[in-house]
Design a protein around this ligand. Sequence first.
Ligand code: NAG
Length: 250
Amino acid sequence: MLMPPSCRTMWVVLSLLLVFSMSGALSLDKLNMCMDAKHHKTEPGPEGQLYSQCAPWRDNACCTANTTEEAHNDNSYLYSFNWNHCGVMSPECKKHFIQDTCFYECSPHLGPWIQKVDQNWRKERILDVPLCVEDCHNWWEDCKNDYTCKTNWHKGWDWSSGINKCPEGSKCRKWTEVYPTPKSMCEQIWSNSYLYTTHSKTSGHCMQLWFTGPNPNKKVAEYYLNNAQRRQSFAMTISLAVSFFSVMMF
Ligand SMILES: *[C@@H]1O[C@H](CO)[C@@H](O)[C@H](O)[C@H]1NC(C)=O
């Protein structure tokens, strides 16, 4: 059936508007959601009893109290992860890994960086979450006298004993040999879950592992989501213009 051009134009406009509004509706959830991973709740919500370093997330969290208590233990039931694979990890260094675990398990504002993943222990992961420069630098500074045998702690361990040990052929080296810079550590240690940035905590353009008071990361997620949407809207506008033009040419 052949429609008159004005009618065809209307259909193009209507369907594009539909796509627009749908992308808007979907992204609303991205500001307050939990990833589909090993220990996350399905929906974020208040958790009065979050433990110690994880307490800042208690108003709205993807983790349970149990998860946060376990996050402070060595070889905890969460992932049986052994921080002490090259001698005992210093307490100054370990507190950053605990904080990193709180952030990963509890944060309800990671939506813009959640990706589907084909792994047997989780369906989603985070990728390139922009970290504040202070958090990355302090983490590296506090760990720089520790030792490790691996760059990427997500894979390649010897799990035969039930906890991760250094794989055969690897050797324990100074932290600074494995990670020459804060950037190399933050990006490589969890296979690019984090992105190094030079933004400071006051910029509103980076995610904070350490904070007190209301969670500052919601605004940051909103900022990145809006930016992505602006780019998307721009692409939409262009395609709208092209559709108009081609309809007029008939
Ligand atoms: C958390 O839950 C697990 C599994 O139910 C249990 O084995 C563990 O003891 C609990 N941990 C704490 C600190 O309550």
